[in-house]
Design a protein around this ligand. Structure first.
Ligand SMILES: NC(=O)c1ccc[n+]([C@@H]2O[C@H](COP(=O)([O-])OP(=O)(O)OC[C@H]3O[C@@H](n4cnc5c(N)ncnc54)[C@H](OP(=O)(O)O)[C@@H]3O)[C@@H](O)[C@H]2O)c1
Length: 335
């Protein structure tokens, strides 16, 4: 078997195009594992990439994808501790939309016996984001009040679980749709519509902001003294799965610069996090990967919908339109 299938983003932008292509395998590097992929996780970053809004994307055509789970089918000669037939999950720096992936061993973790393969693929990006945003950057304490602005999605679901396990008692979960409020409530957070949040006089200690743009400034104004905001995205640039030109222009023209003097006077901290960039930083990510697979937290990703590789455009449309309430996966066993 020296062929494998891969989904390539052939052309990003307004008239984007994705294709399922067949490629040949190269020989395996000494510090890599070869994985027969069962599930690939889709991320909102892939929606942005498809629209040409992701500056770190390689030149097209390229294979997107940041997280996979599957079975080890070949082992590089320097690898210790993992064996043929082991079921693993891995973070990928692109290339995860693929039936076979070669991954450096430090990015791979054995799936704990009681986990299912689909949950493992759904864990990596959201789980690392929780651990790095709340554990490492904002250093959340159980007395903190937290606001998550993407509470209805895959990351929101895991964030609420992570915070509840830290002992946090007050979590506000924002959504733009009334229909998603019950889901947020069932997950253990207090749901609020975006509009309600901005009309309220709520104050919180930590904000997870994924919408970006003007919401960053509005959310910062709702921080208590010593409050921390972690900026992780710019989803406001996408509207119903399409590029919002108005918001992109606003982003560049209207976004206010934050002055360190203001931060000092307001006693606020602002952090930025891009987990995907850290897939090239073994020292930073290793501890968080161990936290996810080693049982420090007992997280259970919520799977919303599973598509076949042939349905990749439909799957990204579904995610980009904001219809999902959890992780969207590609199942390579359906090829
Ligand atoms: N920087 C990082 O390292 C990092 C890592 C992971 C995720 N993120 C970001 O965190 C956010 C949530 O990620 P996720 O994996 O949970 O994605 P997801 O499952 O697709 O959830 C998307 C969430 O974003 C909200 N949203 C806001 N604007 C949207 C828009 N224009 N179109 C669609 N949804 C929109 C939706 O809220 P409502 O429909 O409830 O309003 C929903 O809660 C995304 O913006 C993603 O890029 C960043």
């Amino acid at each position: 078997m020296n062929k494998f299938q891969q989904i390539e983003l052939v052309r990003p932008g307004k008239f984007n195009k994705l294709s399922l292509v067949e490629n040949s395998l190269n020989s395996l590097a000494a510090d890599h594992l070869r994985i027969k992929v069962q599930f690939s996780g889709l991320n909102f970053a892939d929606v942005m990439m498809r629209l040409g809004l992701y500056p770190d994307a390689p030149p097209a055509p390229f294979c997107p994808g940041y997280e996979i789970s599957g079975e080890v089918i070949e082992i590089g000669k320097n690898i210790k501790g993992l064996q043929l037939g082991d079921f693993v999950m891995a973070g990928m720096h692109f290339g995860g939309y693929s039936s076979i992936c070669d991954a450096p061993a430090w990015q791979v973790r054995k799936i704990p016996a009681h986990w299912k393969s689909d949950k493992a693929a759904a864990m990596i990006v959201s789980g690392l984001t929780c651990d790095l945003a709340f554990g490492e950057l904002a250093r959340v304490r159980n007395s903190d009040r937290i606001m998550i602005d993407c509470a209805s999605g895959a990351l929101g679901a895991l964030s609420i679980q992570y915070l509840l396990q830290l002992g946090v008692k007050e979590i506000i979960g924002l959504t733009s749709r009334e229909s998603k409020m019950d889901i947020i409530r069932e997950r253990g957070a207090r749901p609020m519509l975006l509009k309600e949040w901005y009309e309220s006089s709520e104050k919180v200690d930590v904000v997870l902001n994924s919408r970006g743009g003007e919401s960053l400034h509005r959310d910062r104004s709702m921080l208590n003294p010593l409050g921390r905001l972690v900026a992780i995205g710019a989803s406001h640039m996408v509207k119903k799965g399409r590029l919002s030109f108005t918001n992109v222009i606003k982003e560049f023209l209207k976004i206010k610069k934050v002055s360190p003097i203001d931060l000092m006077n307001e006693n606020h901290g602002i952090f930025g996090l891009n987990v995907l960039k850290l897939f090239q930083q073994p020292k930073v990510l290793t501890k968080s990967l161990d936290n996810l697979s080693g049982g420090k937290f007992s997280l259970n990703p919520h799977i919303d919908k599973v598509f076949s590789p042939h349905q990749i455009e439909e799957a990204l449309d579904y995610l980009g339109a904001g219809r999902s309430c959890g992780k969207v996966l590609i199942d390579w066993r359906k090829i």
